[in-house]
Design a protein around this ligand. Structure first.
Ligand SMILES: Cc1cc2nc3c(=O)[nH]c(=O)nc-3n(C[C@H](O)[C@H](O)[C@H](O)COP(=O)(O)O)c2cc1C
Length: 184
């Protein structure tokens, strides 16, 4: 089944987005940072619990400490990121999160934060920024470095910045539609 090539705004951004692992040495403007978090704030969430919390790291010392000690060998590239957004989840309500998740076995609070994080990624693209998800990190070390409150779980970290022109994203490999879609 052919996918339409109409120029829709969101779809264009989705197609353009790639994980970028080398950034220019320039900061992300505060105005843009707030827009990214606003995009996350407007995300949907299970029973509208909004369990997301964000720690925006832009201090050079903290960025260096995190990238050199808490992101592992596969993420040494993150040293060039001028901004890390640590996306956390809180379990706010016993009923909707604890009971609901036990019954359904779906970790809604994690899912909610992941959706909000992808809002950030897409908004970054719209603002002329690039990003990369970081799922491989030492939660223990980051908790310590950033003094993260006990009830917050780190779900993902986003590296954000202006793409270095010398960086070429890896070829994008995706499963074909026929392998991922059933229409009944
Ligand atoms: C949940 C999640 C965790 C990821 N963790 C890492 C990571 O730790 N390091 C990294 O370099 N890329 C990481 N990525 C990026 C993926 O490798 C990337 O999205 C995938 O290879 C597809 O490439 P594309 O984003 O350029 O389309 C992660 C992506 C997701 C969604």
């Amino acid at each position: 089944m052919p996918v339409s090539n109409d120029k829709n705004l969101v779809f264009e951004i989705i197609k353009k987005r790639r994980s970028v692992r080398k950034f220019k040495n320039i900061p992300v403007e505060d105005e843009k940072i707030l827009k990214l978090i606003e995009a996350a704030r407007l995300a949907p969430s299970a029973t509208n619990r909004q369990p997301w919390r964000f720690i925006v790291v832009k201090s050079k010392e903290l960025l260096l400490e995190i990238s050199s000690s808490a992101l592992g060998i596969i993420n040494t590239w993150a040293k060039s990121a001028p901004l890390l957004i640590v996306c956390c989840a809180v379990k706010k309500s016993l009923l909707t999160h604890y009971m609901g998740e036990r019954l359904s076995r779906i970790p809604y609070h994690i899912m909610d934060v992941a959706i909000a994080a992808e809002h950030i990624v897409l908004e970054a693209e719209e603002l002329g920024l690039s990003s990369c998800w970081i799922g491989w990190f030492s939660e223990k070390k980051i908790r310590k470095i950033l003094d993260i409150p006990p009830g917050w779980k780190i779900v993902a970290i986003l590296a954000v910045g202006y793409k270095d022109e010398s960086y070429t994203p890896k070829p994008q490999k995706r499963l074909p539609l026929k392998d991922i879609l059933i229409i009944k």
